[in-house]
Ligand binder design. Structure first.
Ligand code: NGO
Length: 472
């Protein structure tokens, strides 16, 4: 790349021009270049340019794959869909010197190796979850999280928006959910919530990076914040106090009351209107305070509500005890039997085994943050396994993909988030993307060590595991 390089965009559609501009905005500050994004008809002349085009003549690349051809004079990136171009651009970033991540002019030279990369994901769903209920995180924190997972080619982000300790998304028809239910968090801090305008901004920011936001409102358990906000959601019509500790399994909506379904219909309607993606997550985990037949009745009913609003429901593995409607997705986290039941009932599975991908688990006995009820998860443990062989009875064709959740009982700010998320998320992103047969820990640990300077320039406060020889 040179100062006079340009980014040519075949056909010049607004969407592709935006992708080109995204790349220009990334590259211009550190290189000091003034690369312009130009509409192109046919391959541009060979003046160290970058050429982006969409054409679907390679079906195997699917929605997100790309072909990157780097010759001495031209970088050509082709994909079937715009999302594939965006993923390919992340590879271009990764091939350039680490200092390309910095926002101010750097020395260069801006060399990139020649060659051809033909790349596409193994699984169509690669995601991370951030729990903004136990501790609330700002719009800017969420955007940074989105930027970081976008770099590793994830395509979904799940926001855990309501739990016992806080309700974090404005619902206009039930305003007290956030006014009262969003007013605190674990430890008694002031909590917070996203207005619908702020939430739309998050959804758009993610969509510009080809990431789909999945909103979760956990129910019928994990609902103390809602119960505290509206007495009529309780069987005794009395609102409990707000809750700022970290026990689970004590709250439940009064699931045989009609009011509950009016409430859920309103919540899902407003959420669906804010959600361009296909999924609404309604939780369903650890409803220990709900009777089993009530729970089954509840899950049956809420699936229908989600479908009525044009969405597919995701629920934690326990939902497989009820009848599953076609399209409902089960998220495995702890009890393989539930997940296998989900498969038998025809559901696709999101793999989130707590012993492997729960980012709130401690690394080892010395880790100060986090919990260890499921496991202590060192870097090798998080990386060195396969989605398709983890649970006998859940095969590749049953698996939608992988999601790494960060529960936030113990984390209060972005530095703490990053310490638990990185570098484990880097490897988990590979679990979903790279061919299972070619991955190896011995090879990965070397690459991860060499990735340290990149994480540093990205300002990531990662855990410096002794398992890795980190490049200074
Ligand atoms: C469990 C529980 C969450 C906790 C988390 C902590 C699920 C699905 N429900 O996972 O409420 O925050 O563990 O690790």
């Amino acid at each position: 790349m040179k100062g006079k390089s340009s980014i040519y965009v075949e056909g010049g559609s607004p969407e592709l021009m935006n992708i080109g501009q995204w790349l220009a905005d990334k590259l211009n500050p550190p290189t000091g270049f003034d690369m312009k994004v130009k509409d192109s008809k046919g391959t541009p002349g060979s003046g160290n340019n970058i050429y982006l085009s969409v054409s679907d003549n390679d079906p195997e690349l699917g929605e997100e794959g790309y072909l990157l051809n780097i010759s001495e004079k031209l970088i050509t990136l082709t994909a079937n869909k715009p999302a594939g171009l965006f993923r390919g651009i992340q590879t271009i970033r990764q091939l350039l010197p680490d200092s390309v991540e910095l926002g101010t002019a750097q020395k260069g030279p801006w060399k990139i190796s020649t060659g051809i990369i033909r790349d596409y994901p193994t699984y169509p769903f690669r995601s991370s979850m951030l729990d903004v209920s136990r501790h609330f995180f700002s719009v800017d924190d969420v955007k940074r999280y989105i930027d970081l997972i976008a770099f590793y080619k994830m395509n979904f982000m799940h926001l855990h928006l309501a739990d016992d300790q806080g309700w974090r998304i404005e619902i206009k028809s039930w305003p007290n959910l956030t006014i009262h239910g969003g007013s605190t968090q674990v430890g008694g801090g002031k909590g917070g919530f996203y207005t619908q305008e702020q939430y739309k901004d998050i959804v758009k920011y993610a969509a510009d990076r080809y990431i789909t936001i999945i909103p979760e409102i956990d129910m019928p358990g994990h609902t103390n914040a809602a119960l505290a906000s509206y007495p009529e959601l309780n069987c005794n019509n009395k609102a409990p106090a707000l809750y700022t500790k970290t026990a689970v399994g004590f709250s439940t909506l009064c699931v045989r009351k009609d009011t509950i379904y009016k409430f859920i219909d309103d919540v899902v309607r407003e959420l669906a209107a804010l959600t361009p993606g296909p999924y609404i997550h309604l939780g369903g985990d650890e409803s220990h305070a709900t009777k089993k037949d009530d729970y089954i009745f509840f899950i049956d009913t809420v699936q229908a509500i989600v479908q009525k609003h044009g969405k597919q429901m995701i629920g934690w593995e326990e939902i497989s005890q009820s009848k599953l409607k076609p399209g409902t997705v089960v998220q495995y986290w702890s009890n393989a039997e539930h997940a296998i039941t989900g498969v038998k009932k025809g559901a696709k599975i999101i793999m989130s085994p707590a012993t492997k991908v729960y980012l709130d688990m401690k690394y080892d006995s010395t880790t100060k943050l986090g919990q260890d009820w499921a496991a202590r998860i060192e870097i090798d443990s998080a990386y060195n396994w396969k989605l398709s062989t983890r649970v006998p009875g859940i095969a590749r064709e049953n698996i939608l993909g992988v999601e790494a959740p960060l529960w936030s009982e113990t984390v209060t700010n972005m530095d703490e988030i990053e310490y638990l998320v990185f570098p484990r998320l880097v490897g988990i992103a590979e679990l979903g993307w790279s061919p299972e047969a070619t991955r190896s820990w011995d090879e990965y640990k070397v690459r991860l060590g060499k990735h340290a300077p990149r994480m540093k320039v990205l300002g990531i406060d990662y855990y410096q595991s002794k398992q890795i020889t980190w490049t200074e």
